[in-house]
Design a protein around this ligand. Structure first.
Ligand SMILES: NC(=O)c1ccc[n+]([C@@H]2O[C@H](COP(=O)([O-])OP(=O)(O)OC[C@H]3O[C@@H](n4cnc5c(N)ncnc54)[C@H](O)[C@@H]3O)[C@@H](O)[C@H]2O)c1
Length: 285
């Protein structure tokens, strides 16, 4: 129970498939007291049973696109909690037309603005709003993806927004370190969620991931949740400004090992073959 006596606010739980749902489950298991924000009324019915299973009845509407909504949400939170220990930002969005097709053709000024506003600035906005309520040794956590540093089809402007979010994590860590607040990010492997299904050919991404990842599979929301719980706990008291990969090792592998073995076999065969013919030619001279 390494989160006992910790109060943690979780944002971005849209339904039971959300990464935030896996995080909530693991944090609850480790003894944390939880509160939740939700984007709009429509999503509240999905959140209610999950919050109940985590013994939480603090459910607050918060649309991160709207400063007033953020302000109201934290005012409301302060009625229940005079202070708290952690915040999970599990929010990302880009308009659907930005996530399909060639980057240079489909990316628009408006799409760029929205993706960065909702997926990156909102982390700063929530940190700003939470700051006065956060206790010493608190932790902030966000969710990012490998598209921040490597290209892949259709992820497009979300890759840029995630790069911004990762820089945001480091700048927030530098800025809030003096208040003894840690700020980290988890770079999760692809998981089939509502947000992920907005990326065209997401299923293909899942297949390729399983083929190339050293563990030969994708990851679960529980695996991400376990690391999130650790990073928000005092066990991670020496970690801040970091991007931790929970992706079955995908980011460390340039090529599936099985393909590499095949390439090595052909390469070695060629060397043996060439050596043999060099020997034959030299002998015959
Ligand atoms: N699923 C993946 O493959 C994957 C991989 C790596 C990182 N991530 C990141 O994890 C985070 C959570 O996504 P998910 O995959 O669990 O999908 P999800 O759809 O379950 O969660 C996305 C959340 O963002 C919220 N959101 C969007 N706009 C908002 C707004 N204006 N105000 C408040 N909330 C808003 C939605 O309500 C939703 O709860 C995102 O940042 C996503 O980019 C996802």
């Amino acid at each position: 129970m390494f989160l006992k006596n910790k109060r943690i606010l979780i944002s971005g739980l849209a339904n039971k498939y959300s990464i935030a749902a896996g995080i909530a489950e693991c944090m609850h298991r480790e003894g944390a007291e939880l509160a939740f924000t939700y984007q709009n009324e429509r999503l509240l019915k999905n959140l209610e049973p999950i919050a109940k299973s985590c013994d939480s009845d603090i459910l607050i509407e918060c649309d991160v696109a709207d400063d007033n909504s953020i302000k109201k949400a934290f005012n409301k939170l302060s009625n229940s909690w005079s202070n708290f220990d952690g915040l999970v930002h599990s929010i990302g969005y880009a308009p659907a037309d930005q996530l399909e097709g060639d980057f240079v053709d489909v990316t628009t000024r408006e799409g760029f603005k929205i993706a960065h506003d909702i997926s990156s600035y909102s982390f700063t906005a929530l940190a700003k709003a939470a700051k006065s309520l956060l206790k010493e040794n608190s932790a902030l956590l966000t969710l990012t993806y490998l598209g921040s540093i490597q290209t892949l089809p259709n992820y497009n402007v979300m890759g840029l927004a995630k790069a911004s979010l990762e820089a945001n994590t480091r700048f927030l860590a530098a800025s809030m370190g003096k208040d003894k607040i840690r700020v980290n990010a988890i770079s999760a492997g692809p998981i089939k969620t509502l947000a992920a299904s907005g990326v065209k050919n997401f299923r293909k991404m899942l297949n390729q991931h399983s083929q190339r990842a050293p563990l030969g599979r994708t990851v679960t929301t529980e695996e991400v949740g376990n690391v999130a719980a650790f990073l928000c706990s005092d066990l991670a008291s020496g970690i801040t400004g970091e991007i931790t990969y929970v992706d079955a090792g995908f980011n460390t592998a340039a090529m599936p090992l099985s393909e590499f073995a095949e390439w090595l076999r052909i390469y070695m065969t060629n060397i043996v073959y060439q050596s043999y013919w060099t020997y034959v030619v030299l002998r015959s001279q």
